[in-house]
Design a protein around this ligand. Structure first.
Ligand code: ATP
Ligand code: MG
Length: 255
């Protein structure tokens, strides 16, 4: 079982879109996949076609020890993968977990009993370096970093890389950066090209070859509760994520 956190503390950079579409594309190529929504916004949950307002149990109950994964997970109706859903309850978990034992390892321990159930677990992290994200990073073997090729993106990236280094040193020796994914890419913008080549210079083959273009179909899909790669498979955005999933499979086969 490969466990990957999709993380970037910057908001709105495409974490959830990447999580949902990678999960659906991996599932479509026969991989048993679980998507963990670790964000109280519940965007991944809704984007997978699960109503966050009607959950009886969610990732919140799992983290505070009130439910197991088997109880709280649900199947994405069109996605072909399982979801450990989230809603606003999760916002309280941060405070409640402070008093719990091994508070940064709650998710890792919840997943440990289910190593045989899945080939891939993807964790959609919230836009912060909070205790929730820390749970994601402690549970994961690797981090996938989606980023927009804008000027300030590179600045934020060094904070994230430092956090990953600290977690690796102190809490999770398994953790590594799997790769940086360029998303919402606009090939006509000079800045996109510049930032993109700077990324390649700094991070070399840590930068995924696949690039996901800015594409309105990916932005429309969540309102139907259908992953973009299923909603409009032929669209340029969907094709970007399908290629990315293949590259991911290639990369993990070399581990
Ligand atoms: P947050 O930090 O709030 O969790 P996020 O990093 O998860 O945000 P998303 O929610 O995936 O980011 O994306 C932000 C917005 O951009 C959404 O409205 C989404 O539909 C849109 N979006 C994401 N990727 C693309 C793309 N390739 N083309 C067009 N729109 C996109
Ligand atoms: Mg998100």
């Amino acid at each position: 079982m490969h466990i990957f956190a999709i993380a970037n503390q910057k908001g709105g950079v495409g974490k959830t879109t990447t999580s949902v579409n990678l999960a659906a594309a991996l599932a479509a190529s026969g991989q048993r996949t679980l998507l963990v929504d670790l964000d109280p916004q519940g965007n991944a949950t809704m984007g997978c076609g699960i109503d966050k307002r009607t959950l009886t149990s969610s990732v919140y109950q799992v983290l505070v020890g009130l439910a197991g994964l088997a109880q709280a997970r649900a199947a994405s109706p069109s996605g072909g993968f399982d979801v450990l859903p989230a809603n606003r309850d999760l916002a309280g978990a941060e405070i409640e977990m402070v008093d719990l034992d091994r508070r940064e390892l709650r998710l890792k321990e919840a997943l440990a009993n289910h190593a045989a159930d899945y080939d891939f677990v993807l964790i959609d992290c919230p836009p912060s370096l909070s205790l929730l994200t820390l749970n994601g990073l402690c549970a994961a073997h690797g981090v996938v970093i989606p980023m927009q090729c804008e000027y300030y993106a590179l600045e934020g990236l060094s904070d994230l890389v430092n956090t990953i280094k600290k977690v690796h040193a102190k809490l999770n020796p398994d953790l590594k950066i799997i790769g940086i994914l360029r998303v919402m890419f606009d090939p006509r913008a000079t800045l996109s090209q510049q930032v993109s080549s700077e990324l390649e210079q700094h991070f070399g083959d840590k930068v995924f070859r696949s690039i996901v273009p800015r594409n309105v179909r990916l932005a429309e899909a969540p309102s139907y509760g259908i992953p973009g790669v299923i909603f409009d498979k032929a669209s340029k955005g969907a094709q970007g994520y399908i290629a990315f999933a293949q590259e991911m499979l290639e990369r993990v086969s070399k581990f």
